[in-house]
Ligand binder design. Structure first.
Ligand SMILES: Cc1ncc(C[n+]2csc(CCOP(=O)(O)OP(=O)(O)O)c2C)c(N)n1
Length: 536
């Protein structure tokens, strides 16, 4: 009779989940007993990093990823990352060890009391199987649940004595064989009506969101925009965890600002606003105003019923965005509207006024000069995100990952996961020196697994974006916004990452070219940058 462990590993095999991202403790060791040779364990040294790596891996591979954490303390450390994964729609199957069943009721040491409550409300499903024999069945359900739209993390707590129990063969045989076809398509009648409205509109516009990338639907979005002559905005950078449209395309007009009043102003003059694969909208900060410009209607297409329900205005069609975009393209056909005017190429970057420091725009111009189209950007650089978007103008799908939740500690870890999922493509992680600290231990994983990620750290010695928010919120004299004395390059070297500090733009271009093409493990470049918000 096979054990719960044997059939569970078989289940993971069936779903191609042969990589486990983890940080183990004594309660997880029984799962790892006799670890099969066809599996790989990716170790990270703190749980926020474990989840971030799995998040990047799941998003960049489009596959579910298994995260294994250490009972209550490990799961507790991971919650910030689970929040990020939920917003990123990363299909993570998170497991944590638990005390042996005979000692849970007496709450022996390391009992994960009320385990299923810990990751709430950021998981789609949270469960501790009532019997050892239910573990494989619960995990099968968890995998399907994580992958069904909207994708996202799920959690299963597993008592450590379950792994050696005898499996229920009939139940597990069926659980292993199950397949679920999906995702559901949008209602054809709703799309037909939308197509007519699109053709009748005078000045329609498309707002492209991250789900277009997750659904692999760039081609369909481009075809629709071209046939219907639509200008295309990216959803605000705050919620643009991925890019839904090529940013070098002549129809692409820019990134929407994130506040209510500014969005209405920016979209003024349009009569039909078609939002695809984004929340409506990832607003921040609160700058009140009309939700829509005068005379405009809004229609959202999303796979997420909650996103459809909570939008403060407009109509919504729920369904897969790839299916929706291709059907809409066919139904709407060609329009003879004026095509939008292409936006100008980025100009020379604003120079820094601080000696020995580049401006954020200069650093991003250097990155753009060294960029190769097959590269992937993983971004956690608050004060230079818009400069990066404007200068890189990413032209390929699956090439940009950003934590749309706003939770820091994603960048370094996610870049590692993306590199593991896309070993043939160069991965460049652009970080603020402040953001880098939350997940800094992930540098060890990059070095230990010899992953050729290029880390570019812009060091402005401060939490610049918070100073910017302070002025917006009329907050004066807030403490805790300066970061003197950090040396990320020195920390990186201590973790085994090759690192240098550069101050001249030309040197930076050269170094980035060298590091992006290198394949011998992680490299980090630290660049002192001047204080400021870098938007272009
Ligand atoms: C987990 C977490 N803690 C705190 C914050 C608040 N926060 C947002 S941006 C920021 C500063 C980031 O600093 P840095 O990376 O140096 O970027 P800069 O704004 O200077 O470009 C902080 C602390 C957050 N978003 N997430």
């Amino acid at each position: 009779m096979p054990t719960v462990r044997e059939v569970t590993f078989e289940l993971f095999r069936t779903h191609g989940m042969t990589t486990i991202f983890g940080n183990p403790g004594s309660t997880e060791l029984p799962m790892l007993n006799g670890f099969p040779e066809d599996f790989r364990y990716v170790l990270a040294l703190q749980e926020l990093a474990v989840v971030g790596i799995a998040d990047g891996y799941a998003q960049a591979s489009g596959r579910p990823a298994h995260v294994n954490l250490h009972t209550a303390p490990g799961l507790g450390n991971a919650v910030g990352g689970i929040f990020n994964a939920q917003v990123n729609r990363a299909p993570l199957v998170i497991t944590a060890g638990q005390q042996v069943r005979p000692q849970i009721t007496i709450e022996a040491n390391l009992t994960n009391r009320d385990a299923t409550l810990v990751p709430q409300p950021y998981v789609k499903w949270s469960h501790e199987p009532p019997r050892a024999q239910d573990v494989p069945v619960a995990l099968a359900r968890a995998i399907h649940q994580a992958m069904l739209p909207p994708r996202g993390p799920v959690f299963v707590s597993i008592p450590m004595d379950d792994w050696s129990a005898e499996a229920d063969e009939d139940r597990t045989r069926h659980a292993l064989a199950r397949r679920i076809a999906g995702p559901p398509g949008p209602h054809p009648a709703a799309l037909g009506e939308l197509a007519s409205r699109l053709n009748a509109a005078r000045r329609p516009v498309l707002v492209a969101g991250p789900e277009i990338d997750a659904a692999g639907a760039w081609e369909q979005a481009v075809a629709l925009a071209e046939a219907q002559r639509l200008p295309v905005w990216a959803t605000p950078a705050t919620g643009g965890g991925r890019l839904g449209f090529p940013e070098d395309h002549p129809h692409f007009v820019g990134v929407l600002p994130p506040a209510i009043a500014a969005i209405s102003q920016t979209l003024a003059g349009h009569d039909l606003i078609l939002v695809v694969g984004s929340s409506v909208f990832p607003y921040y900060p609160y700058l009140p105003g009309p939700l829509l410009p005068e005379g405009a209607e809004l229609v959202l297409i999303t796979p997420d019923p909650s996103e459809a329900a909570r939008a403060p205005m407009g109509e919504a069609i729920v369904g897969d965005v790839a299916l929706a975009l291709s059907a809409l393209g066919v139904l709407a056909g060609e329009s003879d509207r004026e095509p939008p005017r292409a936006r100008p190429a980025p100009g020379e970057p604003t120079p820094s006024d601080e000696p020995g420091r580049l401006s954020g725009s200069e650093a991003m111009a250097a990155l753009a000069e060294a960029w190769v189209p097959e590269a992937i950007a993983v971004v956690e650089i608050p004060s230079s995100t818009l400069a990066l978007r404007n200068r890189l103008r990413i032209s390929r799908p699956g090439s940009y990952f950003f934590s749309a939740s706003g939770g820091l500690g994603f960048g370094i870890a996610a870049a590692i996961g993306v590199q593991l999922a896309q070993p043939e493509r160069p991965v460049v992680c652009v970080l603020g020196e402040g953001s880098a600290q939350y997940g800094i231990t992930a540098l060890w994983t990059a070095a230990a697994y010899r992953l050729p990620v290029t880390f570019l750290v812009l060091d402005n010695r401060e939490y610049m974006i918070l100073k910017w928010f302070a002025s917006l919120e009329q907050v004066a004299g807030a403490p805790g916004l300066d970061l003197p004395g950090l040396d990320v390059a020195a920390v990186a070297r201590a973790y085994g990452v090759t690192a240098r500090t550069l101050t001249a733009r030309e040197q930076l271009v050269e170094a980035l070219r060298e590091d992006i093409s290198a394949e011998d493990g992680p490299r980090l470049i630290q660049v002192p940058v001047a204080s400021g918000m870098w938007l272009e």
